[in-house]
Design a protein around this ligand. Structure first.
Ligand SMILES: C[S@@+](CC[C@H](N)C(=O)[O-])C[C@H]1O[C@@H](n2cnc3c(N)ncnc32)[C@H](O)[C@@H]1O
Length: 235
């Protein structure tokens, strides 16, 4: 059994025990039985993180982890909490972290969390903490009856914004233009965020190999368009 060490998380992650999806079962593995169980301790030592790093960022739904690993390597003075709840994807992310560590890259500023980001933030994230929150290619939930599962249409988004420091940023990228437009409408009109920048790009501007995430690379490689907005929480 191989464990990773990270001084900022209270429970070690047993990567080998993470199972992929089984036939007939959905790959979502959040332990619902533990929801509402107040005896479960916060997995993060926030004050240690704050003492050690200049900024703390959060990535929700990091998939197989290309973006958080790259960011953690290029921004060693910032901590990044990278949350993914799908077991198989987290396992691949964990494998990548392990091989980087075997090559001597400690990635101590990267905190991989195999859990539901809603649970993490709603229960444990302090207010005014995160510098940047990444929502990169979230599940689009395209049907109207799923609209309340899109991040900016969830009441949870208000709680997420509380955890962002004034002046902090939210970065959203999607390959679906209607999702992008709707998210902007909600960001500016419902949540009172300020627009920082918008970017639309295809493989003519960003070659697929330079994509930040697995999904971005796939979108660019198949002729798709990526839409990105960065918003700021007012000071
Ligand atoms: C379309 S994938 C994109 C993954 C990655 N960001 C990329 O661009 O390749 C969306 C990811 O968000 C994850 N996700 C959705 N809701 C989540 C939640 N509440 N907590 C943690 N992960 C979540 C899904 O498991 C999935 O891996």
């Amino acid at each position: 059994m191989e464990l990773t060490t990270n001084p900022f998380v209270s429970a070690e992650i047993d990567f080998d025990s993470i199972e992929g999806p089984k036939r007939g079962l959905r790959p979502f593995r959040y332990p619902l039985a533990r929801a509402g169980d107040d005896s479960v301790v916060c997995p993060i030592d926030w004050s240690e993180l704050q003492a050690r790093f200049g900024a703390i960022d959060l990535e929700i739904g990091c998939g197989v982890g290309f973006h958080p690993i790259r960011r953690a390597l290029t921004e060693p003075s910032r901590a990044l909490l990278a949350v993914e709840h799908t077991a198989l994807k987290f396992k691949k992310f964990a494998g990548r972290i392990r091989s980087h560590r075997e090559k001597g890259m400690g990635l101590e500023n990267l905190i991989p969390l195999h859990m539901n980001a809603i649970d993490l933030v709603a229960r444990w994230a302090p207010e005014d903490l995160f510098d940047t929150v990444y929502l990169l290619y979230p599940n689009p939930h395209p049907k109207e009856k799923q609209a309340n599962q899109r991040w900016l249409r969830m009441p949870f988004f208000g709680r997420l914004l509380k955890s962002v420091r004034p002046g902090g940023r939210i970065v959203l990228a999607t390959n679906i233009e209607s999702y992008w437009s709707e998210a902007n409408e909600f960001a500016l009109l419902t949540w009172g965020l300020e627009s920082d920048s918008d970017r639309v790009f295809t493989s003519s501007k960003v070659p697929p190999f330079a994509g930040r995430t697995h999904f971005e690379r796939k979108t660019l490689a198949t002729g798709g368009t990526c839409f990105e907005s960065i918003w700021r929480k007012p000071e």
